[in-house]
Design a protein around this ligand. Structure first.
Ligand SMILES: [Mg+2]
Length: 286
């Protein structure tokens, strides 16, 4: 394994939206079990032309394109989620904690928050307090985490996330977060999103995002090839990590940066669905 891995698979897998045919729409977060290789097998379904959709007319006739957004269909053996900004929105909580930390140190909260998003707490402390030794860094981390432990309010579900996670087969789902395990448990609990069985928190991964280690380890624990994983991510560091792992990547939210370039995007999980074939192949409709 390339520990830092930033050069591996630097070009993201082709995550361009695939036109969908006239497939029946899934209920929000609902799983439909399909016969493997049947008429609704993922590839054939995804690539079938859409009757009645798109420009149709006589030669020379101008027909307006349909304004209807085209859903993205992805097939995978497993799904791996980031947590903050991807399954739960902890913005209000995180901003409060980091802003309070910045005050006595004379730091610009905006600058610190821009760096902190998607990264491990210790990495952010080191970045803005470079003269601290490791013992002092850990004291700061403990203090920051204890603030959240005593007042975890302000975390909400990304709309539709709980239903979408619940619709996925439990053995094919993982969470990879830069937060410690205790924080992952408390934030998902407050937001009402179930934690999957496989959770890789900051203490479980030696090198955090943007390195791909967490996503590679998640694929290993799920027993799938990283290329057979769909990762949902929201932040630059996490998107680089997911891309470098070789996974298909979906951007959640409105992050705009180089790592998000060319990737499919969802605002949230409302309207997302999953179909599960007998052989475990997942077809995600986003
Ligand atoms: Mg995130």
């Amino acid at each position: 394994m390339n520990v830092h891995g930033m050069h591996r698979n630097a070009c993201a897998p082709d995550g361009a939206p695939v036109p969908r045919g006239e497939a029946p729409s899934s209920a929000v977060g609902a799983a439909r079990r399909l016969p493997s290789g049947g008429l609704l097998s993922a590839v054939g379904w995804a690539l079938r032309p859409a009757p009645g959709r798109g420009p149709v007319g006589r030669v020379g006739q101008t027909v307006a394109m349909s304004p209807e957004p085209r859903p993205t269909t992805l097939t995978a053996r497993a799904v791996v989620f980031d947590m903050d900004g991807t399954l739960v929105d902890s913005t209000a909580l995180v901003e409060r904690i980091w802003t309070d930390w910045c005050g006595p140190l004379g730091l610009d909260p905006g600058e610190v928050l821009a760096f902190a998003h998607g990264r491990q707490t210790a990495d952010t402390v080191r970045r803005f307090q470079p003269d601290l030794d490791e013992e002092a860094v850990l004291r700061h981390v403990d203090a920051l985490l204890s603030v959240e432990g005593s007042a975890p309010d302000g975390v909400v579900e990304i709309p539709g996330a709980a239903a979408f996670v619940a619709a996925l087969p439990a053995a094919q789902v993982a969470l990879v977060t830069s937060a410690p395990g205790g924080i992952a448990h408390s934030r998902t609990a407050v937001a009402g999103v179930a934690l999957p069985a496989v959770v890789l928190a900051s203490e479980d991964v030696a090198v955090g995002k943007p390195a791909p280690d967490g996503y590679l380890r998640a694929a290993e624990l799920l027993g799938v090839d990283p290329g057979d994983v769909v990762v949902f991510e929201d932040a630059e560091a996490g998107l680089w990590a997911a891309r470098a792992s070789g996974a298909q990547v979906v951007v959640v939210g409105d992050h705009d940066g180089p790592a998000a370039e060319g990737l499919p995007r969802i605002a949230d999980y409302r309207g997302a669905g999953v179909a599960v074939a007998d052989d475990g192949l997942l077809t995600l409709t986003l």
